[in-house]
Each structure stands twice: as structure tokens, then as C-alpha cells.
Design a protein around this ligand. Structure first.
Ligand code: FAD
Length: 327
């Protein structure tokens, strides 16, 4: 089922916000098996609306034991999870894009997050000057072009999401241009937005208003990054050029060497941020970047009161499938 239809259906039945989980492809076969087990456990305990699988940065999947498409196919057709496949333009000849879309289609997947992709050298904000990349012959330059290609090739089969940047894209300093390019992606056929991680709730809410004022009316799904260690928190914020509000630093800097305290205080800060974002009325769904970890996202959802009740389990068609019980 398309993510957009799922979200709409839920909204009509319940005011309770929903959520989803992002995973990346592990490097080893054992890692992949562990991830399937984790996805299944997380599904059983929390009933996310969907999960998504990232596409390896720069399109270079040769170092992975499985491709994103294999993971998507297993999650969708074997585990029965509503799955969204990320698909990028960098290092992707047209043929490879066609193969990936066909595999997703054949597995029953109906959701694609269409991206330009990180350049092979990493994001512009990483300080690496070599973030220039060559467009493949017959490939695509911008996510907008990939969105249009998917729409032209598959009509309405896929819900197509695109990336959005509440604090701007590291390669483009102009807010006006960032907004224009976002609108171009939606005009090309995108039906939902997933945002870059952020910690500044006030800025996010103002950006949502600007998105709506600009005439972009598809669902906005905020990307939420749990805080696990102080070093990872700073590194990821720096990677994405993400503003860290002063009250995050005031709370976390004095305890930066105590991982357990950083996790506890960091979780409370992220929970408070999510609450503000949900209260704004612009969003009704949270997308958690799990980094393939189980506990951190589930604790956030628990503290927000979003984990399911007995009744939710009874109403969930996937959790009731007889073969799931034997997994
Ligand atoms: P685009 O929207 O194409 O933008 C790329 C750059 O081109 C921007 O600087 C933009 O300002 C500029 N631009 C856009 N349109 C035009 C135009 N018409 N004319 C001139 N300039 C233009 N990366 C991965 O490699 N794999 C993943 O799985 C992945 N998942 C992600 C998930 C989310 C939710 C997000 C937010 C990002 C993800 N990324 C992923 C990172 C993303 O690929 C990078 O941020 C990338 O630099 C931009 O991708 P985009 O799809 O936003 O590109």
C-alpha cells in the first residue's frame, strides 16, 4: 500500500500520531540477518506505518553483502512490512535504476524515496572539497528528474517521496532556491516529503509554514535522529549543517563523557522537540532514523505515548497473519 494512503487512512480513523523507521543495509551477511530479526521485533512491539531502506551513498553498493533492493524485497514480501525504497541518482546508470524499480515493483513495494544521493566523496558539509560528481550516461542530475522518470515509467503505482531540508541544503545557501527546488520535485510527481534531521523545533515549525505558504501541500514527515552518544550527536549535526539549539548544549556538554546520562538527557530533549513539532499541527507522523538500533527509537516513542495498545494489535492486519506467529 502507498504510504500516503496509509497515513490518510489512519488520520481518518484516529488522531494519534504515527511513525516509521529507517534502516540501512549492513555490511555483513550476519548483520543482514540480525537486521531482519530486529525489524521484525520492532514491528511486533510497535506497529510502525512503514519502514524504509537507504540506498548506499554514491550508489556504490559493491561493498555490501546484499543490495537495498534485496532487503526491500524481503521486508516487503517475506516479512510483510510496508516498505519504502530509497533510490539515488549518483553513480547510477539508467539501466541500474530500471532494474531497481522493477525489483521493487515485483516485490509489491509501492513506495520510493527519490534522491539525488550523496556524492561519492560525502556531503558538501563534510569538509571534503571533492563533492563534485559526474552524472552517469543516461542517468539523472537532480532528484526532480528521477521523480519525473518514475512517474513517466510507472504512472501512479508508486507513492514517491523526496528529501526536504528545514535548515537548507549544504550545497545551496539560498532559502528561496531550496524552496523552489522542493516545489519542482513535488510538481514532478512527489507525494510526500521526509526531512533532514533537525534539533531546532522552532525553525522547523516556521519552515513548515513557509512550505505551505509556497503552495506545497503534500504531507511533511519530520526525520528524527535519536541522541545516543555526544560524539555522534555533534558529528551528525555537523554533517548535515544542522543547528544545535543552546539548551541542547547546556544540558549535554557537562555530561558528555557519561554515555548513559547523554542517552537519558538526549532522549528527553528529542521527546520534547517531537512534542513541539506534533503540537504545531503541521505534522502527524514521525520518521525515526534508527541507525539500525532498536532501543533508542522505541524509548522515544514510548515517552511520547505512541506505542500501540492491545486494541491496536487486534486491529492490525499484518500482526494477525498466521505465518507471522511462527517467525
Ligand atoms: P536534489 O533535490 O536533487 O538537490 C541536490 C542539490 O541540487 C541541492 O543542492 C539543490 O539545491 C540543487 N538543485 C536541486 N534542483 C536544482 C535545479 N533545478 N537547478 C539547480 N540546482 C538544483 N543519500 C544517499 O546517498 N542515500 C540515501 O538513502 C539517502 N537518504 C536520504 C533520506 C533523507 C530523508 C534525506 C533528507 C537525505 C537522504 N540522503 C541520502 C542524502 C541526500 O541524497 C543528499 O542530501 C543529497 O545531497 C541531496 O539529495 P536530494 O534528493 O535532496 O537532491
Amino acid at each position: 500500500m502507498k504510504i500516503t494512503d496509509k497515513l490518510q487512512q489512519h488520520k481518518e480513523g484516529s488522531p494519534k500520531p504515527t511513525f516509521s523507521f529507517e534502516y540501512f543495509v549492513p555490511k555483513t551477511t550476519q548483520g543482514v540477518q540480525n537486521l531482519y530479526d530486529r525489524m521484525d521485533r520492532m514491528y511486533q512491539s510497535s506497529l510502525p506505518q512503514f519502514i524504509d531502506i537507504t540506498w548506499n551513498a554514491g550508489g556504490n553498493a559493491s561493498k555490501l553483502s546484499q543490495s537495498s533492493t534485496e532487503l526491500v524485497s524481503t521486508a516487503q514480501s517475506v516479512l510483510g512490512l510496508e516498505t519504502c525504497m530509497h533510490l539515488t541518482c549518483t553513480n547510477m546508470p539508467r539501466e541500474q535504476i530500471d532494474d531497481a524499480l522493477k525489483e521493487a515493483y515485483d516485490s509489491g513495494c509501492q513506495n520510493i524515496l527519490a534522491l539525488r544521493g550523496d556524492p561519492p566523496a560525502g556531503p558538501a558539509s563534510s569538509g571534503d572539497d571533492n563533492c563534485e560528481w559526474e552524472q552517469c550516461a543516461g542517468g539523472f542530475r537532480y532528484a526532480r528528474d528521477l521523480v519525473k522518470y518514475i512517474r513517466d515509467s510507472y504512472g501512479d503505482h508508486f507513492a514517491i517521496g523526496v528529501a526536504a531540508y528545514p535548515e537548507g541544503h549544504p550545497e545551496e545557501p539560498s532559502d528561496e532556491l531550496n524552496m523552489r527546488y522542493l516545489k519542482e520535485k513535488v510538481d514532478a510527481g512527489a507525494t510526500f516529503l521526509i526531512t533532514q534531521m533537525f534539533y531546532d523545533a522552532q525553525n522547523f515549525v516556521e519552515w513548515c509554514k513557509a512550505v505551505r505558504d509556497y503552495g506545497i501541500d503534500v504531507p511533511i514527515i519530520p526525520g528524527i535522529m535519536p541522541i545516543t552518544t555526544y560524539a555522534a550527536f555533534l558529528r551528525r549535526a555537523q554533517w548535515g549543517n544542522i543547528n544545535i539549539p543552546q539548551h541542547f548544549l547546556d544540558k549535554l556538554d557537562p555530561i558528555k563523557d557519561d554515555d548513559e546520562l547523554v542517552r537519558q538527557f538526549g532522549t528527553d530533549l528529542v521527546v520534547e522537540m517531537c512534542q513541539r513539532v506534533l503540537n504545531s499541527g503541521y505534522v502527524s507522523h514521525l520518521h525515526l532514523y534508527t541507525m539500525n538500533l532498536e532501543k533508542a527509537p522505541l524509548i522515544i516513542l514510548d515517552k511520547l505515548g505512541l506505542l500501540p495498545t492491545e486494541q491496536d494489535f487486534t486491529n492490525d492486519p499484518v500482526s494477525l497473519l498466521p505465518w507471522r506467529k511462527s517467525l
